[in-house]
Write a protein that binds this ligand. Structure first.
Ligand code: PMP
Length: 436
């Protein structure tokens, strides 16, 4: 690539030279982003892009309320939560109040990986049972324990053969393209329960069952009705605990439900949250019952130097205020509903649209070469994402076959932007079929 105007190698080459290759970047020729505003990103060339991927910024980019609150707090004090100050207490109370009984005890961390790692350690510590059951096609993080239960082939093609022996996986309970489809999807739960029973019978009852409670990483596919109820009951019957990863789907994004587990009508024992909590500021949490938290005391240590800092707590409180004051969960219902209708209608015009999954502003547009065989349109999806960038939209694929557009924009996205996205997609799909 051509050097920058200052004569140094271009920024992308410098990035590649200093980053480990395991961490990629979006697009072969990514725009250089220097600003964000609401659901828009602006490049150094002054081009504006509609941001369809940022579930880390539910309030939108450069939110003035967060900016004001965080800068004010940075000027006053930033330290660790061994000190006694108001915002961290207020924030933990507000978080606990968002969860049903008996989930009343909060651990504040800095990321989703930390939250899942701690969630697993709490479950193992509280139960003394060291085996864990996880779903296939899952991503839960990169730390030791959260990576151990990450089975997604999209991130690591060797994921299933390289998990530690204490991790036991069950089928991705995908009612669209899994082993059991449609009504048959009711068979996933009894099969997974059978694995739990077999583990218990062999003297290794799992200490935890870990899963997203609405299947974000599989493309926003809801779990089959009753799935978590049956799995939670099975692990609890053998002394284990239910760990819910709400990092992508929780915090209001699903519209109808603040938490994914509400859709399944269950209450987990341990809930892991991150991403949306800080609107981009590093923030994560694990919320559990007092009893589970207490049992961990003689099993492990917990303190995070920056988790729950005054700045993090203020960021977290401001996000909760804005979610409420700006009516963002309702907007997920309204704008997400409108968008899902538009995307579903694209299926009438474009045979490659296999399904539109999801709820609220967590949607997945799945592309297939054939609606009967469901052969994944992986290359087409990659090409579509490049075309969408040309049209001014940032959108990316997910799922084990990378054939699902994950649609999880800032929750402030408005009707006009949702229409722009659907129109751009219509055009890009038309160009794609003409070209292939
Ligand atoms: N769980 C899920 C479901 C996620 O999507 C992610 C992030 N993609 C994580 C955990 C890990 O979160 P983080 O990147 O904040 O460590």
């Amino acid at each position: 690539a051509a050097p920058d105007s200052d004569g140094r190698p271009d920024l992308l080459a410098r990035r590649r030279a200093s980053f480990a290759t395991v961490q990629g970047h979006y697009y072969a020729e990514p725009p250089r982003i220097e600003r964000g505003w609401r659901h828009h990103l602006v490049s150094t060339e002054g081009r504006s892009y509609l941001d369809i991927v940022n579930n880390v910024t539910p309030l939108g980019h450069a939110h003035p309320g967060v900016e004001r609150a965080v800068t004010r707090q940075l000027r006053r004090l930033n330290t660790n939560s061994r000190f006694h100050y108001g915002s961290v207490v207020e924030f933990t109370e507000r978080l606990a109040a968002l969860l049903p009984d008996p989930l009343d005890t909060v651990f504040l961390v800095n990321s989703g990986s930390e939250a899942v790692d701690l969630g697993i350690r709490l479950a193992i510590g509280a139960t003394g049972q060291h085996d864990v059951v996880a779903l296939r096609e899952a991503y839960h993080g990169w730390t030791y324990a959260s990576d151990a239960v990450s089975t997604s082939l999209q991130d690591n093609p060797n994921a299933l053969s390289t998990r530690p022996s204490w991790v036991h996986t069950v089928d991705s309970p995908n009612s669209y393209r899994g082993r059991h489809r449609g009504e048959e999807a009711a068979r996933y739960a009894p099969e997974a329960v059978r694995l739990v029973e077999e583990l218990a019978a062999s003297g290794r009852p799992p200490g935890a069952f870990v899963s997203e409670s609405y299947y974000g990483n599989a493309g926003g596919v809801p779990l089959p009705a009753g799935y978590l109820e049956q799995l939670y009951a099975a692990v609890r019957r053998h002394g284990g605990l239910a760990v819910a990863d709400e990092i992508q789907v929780g915090y209001g994004r699903l519209g109808e439900w603040f938490w994914g587990f509400e859709e399944q009508g269950v209450v987990p024992d341990i809930v892991c949250v991150a991403k949306a909590m800080g609107n981009g500021h590093p923030l994560g949490a694990v919320i559990t019952s007092r009893a589970v938290a207490e049992r961990y005391r003689d099993q492990g240590y917990f303190f995070s130097s920056t988790g729950g800092s005054p700045v993090s707590s203020v960021a977290g409180l401001t996000v909760l205020d804005a979610l409420r004051d700006e009516d963002l969960q309702d907007n997920a219902v309204r704008t997400g509903g409108q968008l899902k209708e538009r995307l579903t209608a694209l299926g009438d015009r474009h045979g490659i649209v296999g399904a539109v999954h999801g709820s609220g502003l967590y949607l997945g547009l799945e592309l297939v070469r054939d609606r009967t065989t469901l052969e994944p349109a992986t290359e087409e999806t990659a090409e579509l994402c490049d075309r969408m960038l040309d049209l001014g939209v940032v959108v990316q694929p997910t799922g084990d076959h990378l054939n699902i557009l994950k649609i999880k924009p800032p929750l402030c996205i408005d009707a006009a932007a949702a229409d722009f996205f659907a129109d751009a997609l219509d055009l890009a799909l038309t160009q794609l079929s003409a070209h292939r």
